[in-house]
Design a protein around this ligand. Structure first.
Ligand code: C5P
Ligand code: ZN
Length: 439
């Protein structure tokens, strides 16, 4: 059966419940998960239902507290914990795009992967959830703004939106809810010097402590000017100088200008995605959900969280830049105390830090007393050479009594303390085998 047809069945299940009924939404603790939860919550509220949102991390316990008579809608989470979902006494709808382990025997499975769509590129949790929302009422197309926020959060904008994400974007543009506008990496209201020093995506190595000023002076550009103050020739010189610097850092994929989607109700959707991500990482998911409901105070709080979070990332990146990186044959790895930053640091190191080998996936390890969090990140090029971090994390974590999964390009795991070495060796071996097979 087709994806959208099954979404129709899920919508029928929701509509079969009496109005005013409370429906559980369980979603993932990241920007895509928050956007998914908000899409579902707003759609249910519009249809006359009450809702209760729980934002969780992937792993055991995602079904805790769900009662017998409820309908539970899992968004952007659950596909690696189907056993737990199958044990629920209530009805289940699953809107997801993560790797699936087993079969959902207890409800309607809208995981895009089982409908021959690429869950890593073409559909995210939020666009899968939007499919259900649209099946409930096609007027919900305004929520495509949040669906695109989710896709950006999961980096599915890289190389342009494709598949179902693209379809959603095109529908929203046609209806006037999203508009595409060109923008640059530089903050419109900051000096070039501050803008470059604070920039994370792309990340410029050695730009702290006056490095950005020196770079600008060397190419003859006034560090105090804003990007919009530059003559055309100066702007070109700056962009090519920065591109060259990124290439020298070993970066293979980067953008200094881009065409960004702007939402009628939310403004720059890249920015909203970054705010939701900060809310998730700072443990303030509720603020993120409220911001999606367009609560002005929540949006302001999300902005504060965003700047605090970015500051932390910059600080850790400055440290990582200086680090001597440890390597196995197919991975580079580093330890970080900040488990909430592990994934983003691994991703930025993989793309932009010259001291990380671009032929190896990057893995972060953050140890706690009770569990160790692992994040892994690769590049499109490594994935095309056979890299599959989702499989690697799953197999290696299972081998040491933990759990893991995700996507070929970005995956994570949680393992027991003391098992790090064994885990890394197993992960390296699985990746080596996969990548050899593709050569
Ligand atoms: O935590 P991190 O951002 O590195 O997670 C990357 C991906 O791996 C996410 O899609 C997440 O759902 C998945 N993951 C998982 N199991 C874990 C940790 C992460 O499936 N224990
Ligand atoms: Zn997702």
């Amino acid at each position: 059966m087709e994806f959208e047809q099954v979404a129709g069945h899920a919508a029928e299940l929701i509509h079969s419940l009496p109005k005013g009924e409370r429906i559980r939404i369980i979603s993932h603790c990241d920007a895509d998960g928050i956007a998914s939860a908000a899409i579902m919550a707003i759609s249910l509220a519009r249809a006359g239902y009450r809702f209760h949102v729980s934002i969780k991390k992937t792993g055991p316990g995602i079904t805790d507290g769900i009662g017998e008579n409820e309908l539970a809608i899992f968004c952007d989470i659950g596909s690696t914990n189907l056993e737990e979902l199958n044990n629920l006494k209530c009805r289940v709808i699953l809107c997801d795009h993560h790797m699936i382990k087993g079969e959902l025997t207890n409800g309607i499975n809208l995981n895009a992967r089982i409908y021959n769509m690429d869950g890593s590129r073409e559909v995210c949790g939020a666009t899968a959830t939007l499919a259900l929302s649209l099946a409930m009422d096609e007027k919900n197309i305004d929520l495509a703004q949040l669906a695109i926020v989710g896709a950006i959060g999961d980096k599915q904008d890289k190389g342009g939106f494709t598949g179902y994400n693209k379809k959603v974007l095109e529908m929203a543009i046609e209806k006037g809810f999203i508009e595409m506008k060109e923008e640059t990496t530089f903050s419109p209201d900051k000096s070039l010097m501050d803008s470059l020093e604070e920039c994370i995506e792309p990340y410029f190595s050695n730009f702290s402590g006056g490095g950005a000023v020196r770079f600008l002076q060397e190419i003859g550009i006034d560090p105090l000017k804003k990007f919009t103050d530059l003559e055309e020739a100066e702007a070109k010189k700056l962009l090519s100088g920065l591109a060259l610097k990124l290439v020298e850092q070993g970066a293979e994929e980067f953008a200094l200008t881009r065409i960004a989607p702007y939402g009628q109700n939310y403004g720059n959707l890249y920015d909203i995605s970054s705010k939701l991500n900060a809310c998730a990482r700072e443990g303030e998911e509720g603020v993120g959900i409220a911001a999606c409901f367009n609560d002005k105070d929540a949006m302001k709080k999300a902005e504060e969280l965003q700047s605090r979070y970015r500051e932390k990332i910059r600080h850790e990146m400055r440290e990582l830049e200086k680090e001597k990186v440890e390597e196995l044959s197919h991975i580079s790895y580093f330890h970080t105390k900040k488990s909430s930053l592990g994934g983003v640091l691994a991703g930025l190191a993989m793309l932009y830090l010259p001291n990380f080998n671009k032929e190896k996936a990057v893995v972060s390890i953050s140890g706690g007393d009770k569990k160790v969090d692992i994040s892994g990140r690769g590049t499109e090029r490594l994935v095309s050479k056979g890299l599959d971090l989702a499989e690697g994390m799953y197999v290696a974590a299972s081998a040491v009594g933990g759990g893991g999964g995700g996507h070929p390009i970005a995956a994570g795991a949680t393992i027991p303390p003391g098992k790090e070495k064994e885990f890394l060796e197993k992960l390296d071996a699985v990746l080596a085998e996969k990548m050899r097979g593709e050569k």
